[in-house]
Design a protein. Structure first.
Length: 341
């Protein structure tokens, strides 16, 4: 079975081809440099850029995979959540393709695709669903931070999510306060590697609360006040690294503590993590050591699959097909606020 998948929910234009659990090709064209100029994603520009890029990206995916349009058995696209006009480009292109070739279509929930992305591994990338076990999954990106109880394949329940800013947003807004480029997450990650995470103390919001929710806006505000009260500190290269390491430590501490606590509380043996912030080296290390201490198996999405990509959309669509999940009508609309159940 060959699946053609599209992902255009935010600022990545991606097309993938998947066959029997193997990613034959996953091409991602990132718009991040264009949006950096504006300090964040500009929705209208994102949609126009998807329109410009989608066909060339699709053509490269077909070329890389060595298959033709006629070989496609199933078509899938991200239906939501995401930026409305951006979603529209990928969804309508995919639906038109499915209609033209008379093949089944799956509209995929973007978070659900992230949720199963840690099961895609290796080179060439392939799905390892035969090793699936119930898990607690952390989805952590620029727009979302949530903990999900994944009971079995395609059966999950959101335990909690952020009440305000997402963790990635906290990284990006901290970076903005420090005059770093957008997106600041990877830059803070790099600077923090040579900084002292204990140099400055920042709050760990909701860390010790007996719930599965997150809140990062207070942490961002305390960074703002810290910078105001220490003028010039960030001009010193080492102090800047220490500050980045200290803010990052607060974010990572909250994410790791709450994820591991949720896994223990639910009695699952496995933790998974995905989404752009899962690229963060400190988060990966700290999750590894906390899970080792708690005797939990950890599956982190591969770095290339943490950020938005169509491979995870195609793999999930194929799994849905195999597990007889209901198809989507080929004239279905985008669902910009589609929250995970
Ligand atoms: O999943 P993603 O590509 O897009 C969505 O938001 O859906 O995630 C992007 C976010 C940005 O906030 C970016 O700063 C953050 O992921 N990010 C990181 C790192 N790489 C990306 N944050 C911390 N450390 C990183 N290495
Ligand atoms: Zn995403």
């Amino acid at each position: 079975m060959i699946v053609l998948a599209f992902e255009t929910s935010c600022d990545e234009t991606s097309v993938a081809l998947v066959r029997d659990g193997q990613v034959l090709a996953s091409v991602v064209s990132s718009q991040v440099k264009m949006h950096a100029e504006y300090g964040g994603v500009v929705p209208e520009l994102a949609a126009r850029e998807h329109l410009r890029n989608l066909l060339p990206v699709a053509n490269s995916a077909f070329e890389l995979a060595g298959v033709t349009a006629r070989d496609v058995d199933v078509v899938a696209a991200t239906q939501g959540p995401g930026l409305p006009n951006a979603l529209m480009v990928g969804l309508k292109a995919a639906e038109a393709f499915a209609f033209a070739v008379g093949k089944p279509f799956f509209g995929i929930n973007h978070h659900e695709a992230h949720l199963y992305s840690p099961w895609i591994t290796g080179s060439p990338a392939h799905a390892e669903f035969e090793r699936f076990e119930p898990n607690v999954s952390l989805i952590v990106s620029g727009g979302h931070t949530m903990l999900v109880d994944v009971q079995s394949e395609l059966q999950h329940r959101v335990l909690g999510s952020t009440m305000d800013d997402a963790a990635g947003e906290c990284f990006d807004k901290t970076g903005k306060l420090l005059g770093l480029a957008y997106p600041a997450g990877p830059i803070i990650d790099r600077l923090a590697e040579q900084g002292n995470p204990s140099a400055f103390q920042f709050p760990r919001p909701l860390r010790n609360e007996d719930n599965h929710d997150f809140s990062f806006s207070g942490l961002k505000t305390s960074v703002r006040y810290f910078i105001r009260d220490h003028p010039g500190l960030a001009d010193d290269a080492q102090q800047l690294r220490d500050l980045c390491a200290s803010v990052q430590a607060a974010i990572v501490d909250v994410l790791v503590t709450k994820t591991v606590r949720a896994a223990k509380k639910l009695g699952v043996r496995c933790v998974t993590a995905s989404g752009g912030v899962t690229c963060n080296r400190s988060l990966r290390r700290e999750l590894e050591s906390a899970c080792r201490r708690a005797h939990l198996t950890l599956r982190l999405a591969d770095a290339a699959l943490c950020t938005d990509n169509a491979a995870m959309v195609g793999i999930l669509a194929e799994r849905k097909m195999k597990l007889n999940a209901a198809l989507t009508e080929v004239d279905a609309e985008i669902v910009p606020n589609w929250s995970l159940a």
